[in-house]
Design a protein. Structure first.
Length: 324
C-alpha cells in the first residue's frame, strides 16, 4: 500500500471505502433515484472487472464497476462509480468511453441475450469548489438551440449522477461511509475544517476499530489522515489522534511510526538512485539507460547491490542487464 498510497491518497481512500460491498450498497441505495434503487437487490451487489484494452492496446480503467440484480431487468444493472477531486468538463465523454467498453466486453463474452445491460454512471466529486462543468454529454456539442433540436434524435445523450461533496449537507450510507467521506470533504476545505472533522470523527472511528469488518478501513483512514496534503500541520493531526480513545490512539501512533520508517526508506532509496546514476555518468559518460528503470526499484537492498555494481561493472551494458 505504501508507495501507491503516498502518490494517490484520495483515490486510494475512495477505493478502500467503496470496494467494501456493504459500504457501496448502503451509499448507492440511498443516493441513486428511488425508482431505480427500490428495484435493486442490494444484498447481491458485486464488483466486476473494470479494465479493458482496445484494438490499439490502450488500456482503459474505470474506478469501480458493480453489477446488481434488478426486478424487470433481465440482465441486471451496472453501476459505474468514479471519483474526482477536480472538475473535468470532459467527464461525460470519458464515461461514455467506459460505458461502451463495458457493453463491448459483455457482448464479446456472450453475456447478453441480444440486448445490453443498462449502465448507471455515478461521479463522487471531492473538490472544494462546486462542480460547474457539464454533467451531460449533450452539453459538450457545439450547437445552437435550433440545430440541437433538429439533431436530437441522432446524437447520443445521457447524464451522469453527480454526488458533489462541496454542496451536500447529508452524506448517504452507513456510519463508515459518512465518516470517510466527511473527512475526504473536509481535507479539501482547508486545515481548520479538516482538523475539526477529524476530531469530530474520532469517537465513531474508535467504535469502528473495535469491529472486525471495519477495522481495516479505519487503518486506511488513519494512514490517509497522516499522509494527505491538507495544509494542516502533521503535528496538529497527531495531537488530535493522540487525544483519541485508547485503541484508536494506539493504532494511530503505530501507523505514524510505520510512515516515519517508510519515509526513511524512501529517502535512502532516492539517495542510492542518485548515486548509481552519478557513478554511471562518471564511469560510462551516460545514465539515460538506467535512470528510468531505477525509479521502479523500491527495495533498499537491491539498490545497494546496484550501487556496488555501478562501481565495479566493466561496461554500462553489464549494469543495464542487472536492471532487467
Amino acid at each position: 500500500m505504501g508507495n501507491d498510497f503516498l502518490h494517490n491518497p484520495h483515490d486510494r481512500m475512495f477505493r478502500a471505502l467503496f470496494t467494501r460491498l456493504d459500504s457501496a450498497a448502503g451509499f448507492l441505495r440511498e443516493f441513486i433515484p428511488s425508482a431505480v434503487s427500490e428495484r435493486c437487490s442490494w444484498d447481491e451487489l458485486q464488483i466486476v472487472p473494470g479494465t479493458w484494452i482496445d484494438e490499439e492496446f490502450n488500456e482503459f480503467e474505470s474506478d469501480l464497476l458493480y453489477s446488481v440484480p434488478m426486478r424487470g431487468g433481465q440482465l441486471g444493472l451496472c453501476v459505474l462509480l468514479e471519483h474526482q477531486s477536480t472538475p473535468d468538463r470532459w467527464m461525460p465523454l470519458r464515461l461514455l468511453i467506459y460505458m461502451t467498453r463495458i457493453w463491448q466486453e459483455t457482448r464479446k463474452q456472450g453475456m447478453t441475450d441480444g440486448r445490453l445491460a443498462p449502465v448507471l454512471p455515478v461521479v463522487v466529486y471531492q473538490g472544494a469548489r462546486r462542480w460547474e462543468v457539464p454533467t451531460s454529454l449533450g452539453e459538450l456539442f457545439a450547437l445552437s438551440d435550433e440545430a440541437r433540436a433538429g439533431l436530437a434524435p441522432f446524437l447520443p445523450a445521457f447524464e451522469f449522477a453527480l454526488f458533489d461533496l462541496s454542496r451536500v449537507t447529508a452524506i448517504p450510507g452507513g456510519i463508515e461511509t459518512r465518516v470517510v467521506l466527511e473527512i475526504m470533504r473536509a481535507v479539501m476545505k482547508g486545515p481548520e475544517a479538516y482538523l475539526k472533522a477529524l476530531e469530530g470523527a474520532s469517537p465513531a472511528m474508535q467504535e469502528m476499530l473495535m469491529e472486525p469488518r471495519t477495522a481495516l478501513l479505519i487503518e486506511t483512514v488513519l494512514r490517509y489522515s497522516l499522509l494527505v496534503d491538507s495544509k494542516a500541520s502533521r503535528q496538529d493531526v497527531k495531537l488530535i489522534l493522540e487525544a483519541s480513545p485508547g485503541a484508536l490512539k494506539e493504532k494511530a501512533m503505530s501507523i505514524a511510526e510505520e510512515l516515519i520508517q517508510e519515509g526513511r526508506e524512501q529517502g535512502l532509496c532516492a539517495g542510492l538512485r542518485r548515486s548509481v546514476c552519478r557513478l554511471a555518468r562518471i564511469r560510462f559518460g551516460d545514465d539515460r539507460q538506467i535512470a528510468g528503470a531505477l525509479e521502479n526499484i523500491t527495495e533498499p537492498e537491491r539498490l545497494e547491490d546496484l550501487h556496488a555494481l555501478a562501481a565495479t561493472a566493466k561496461t554500462l551494458e553489464e549494469l543495464v542487464a542487472a536492471l532487467r
